[in-house]
Design a protein around this ligand. Sequence first.
Ligand code: SAM
Length: 436
Amino acid sequence: MSRNFYKPGRSRRPTPNRPAFLKPARETFEVRIEKMVQGGEGMARLPDGRVCFVAGALPGELCKVALTFAKKDFTRGRAVEILEPSPDRVEPRCPLYGKCGGCSLQHLDSEKQAEYLARVERENFRRIARIDLPEDFKVHTGPAWGYRNRARVVVTCDRAGEKDIVRFGFRMPESNRIALFKECPVLSPALNCFLQGKAREIFAGKFRRGSETDVNLFDNGAGDVRFYCGTDRHDARGSSAPGIQSSDPSCVVPVAGKNVHAGAEVFFQSNLSLLPSLVQAVRDAVDEGLAIGEASDSWLIDLFSGVGFFAAMLEDKFKRVTTVERDDNCLRYAKINLSEKCESVSAPAEDWLQENVVDTPATLIVDPPRTGLPPSCTAALAASSVNRLIYVSCDPVTLARDTAVLAQSGFKIRRAEAFAFYPQTPHLEMMLVLAR
Ligand SMILES: C[S@@+](CC[C@H](N)C(=O)[O-])C[C@H]1O[C@@H](n2cnc3c(N)ncnc32)[C@H](O)[C@@H]1O
């Protein structure tokens, strides 16, 4: 086994499947990549007409593809040889490219990634929602490397003689293996520095030989790194490795001129360099709604509100503010982050929306997890008097799906902006303004 991989003695995971890229190649084909699809793979057709999603291939390229998965109607493969490379192809920078499960777009020039992902986003909307994104849909970009201020890593510990060897890694997809790294080029310099220095002291001697634990890391962007070892997000001080105490997970994050209280145990946006652009876009969207009379300043409702991040950035513009979040740990921070005129509710957003029929003018901002809006949430929105909605999303597929549902009750896209929060990966953050 390569030095870069760690196989725990006792896995907490079910029977491992080998990741697709490690499966023995069955057959190879020469294909021309037609386009990039959701997830960053290249799409091609095999000689028998079946679609093939090719990892590591770019539009226009002619490649030799080894199949890793085959069904009657579609196949998956990996590019084993690039016969005619795209002018946008570059050498991946990280030795764990194709292994750790993250940063699968490193073979594409960082300067071009936003353009390619915007094209994929447009296609998603056409295919799933049958809606065209606006022509002038802007993609905000930031640093291509060293941007990630939040991460979940695995800490492993082995004993060499009297010494503990502490190492860090990422869980590989569909596997119980861990891809070990010394330095991760997308993590912020403060997180890499913490892992190479202080973290080794903290974790040394705290494990049984051969054991491992997951740790959430959080860099506040101002020199403060916190970690959280709990597996249960609701137990702020819990630890899955006996002997390891989480640091105090809470810290203060300076964003767009405000100090936001957050912590390693709760959700927070993970690209602090670009976050001010998203805040500005959301503030502009609110101002526009108020200026054209499509929204009212009487009530802001922030659903899936986390630590009350968007409410904190917008509360100066509204008379009344309600945040709704189901994670009680987030709620503790929201109470600190928001002024007295704000009410922070602990509930599933969909239940709150159904029980509190919004029949007065209100501005809504929603920022759901990858799964998008629950159907009861879109139904309650359709039935409400809300006529302007700001939808922040980290998943283009569920965003397109929900936009299609909301379009049935008259919502149209007024504004769309994207934020390249996760360079080197196929993920794109979006903000849509929907109005009716
Ligand atoms: C993408 S995060 C957004 C948080 C916040 N808007 C921010 O920018 O920091 C989604 C949040 O929704 C919460 N959440 C997930 N499902 C929920 C639900 N059904 N009802 C309420 N909150 C939910 C999660 O705990 C998480 O804090």
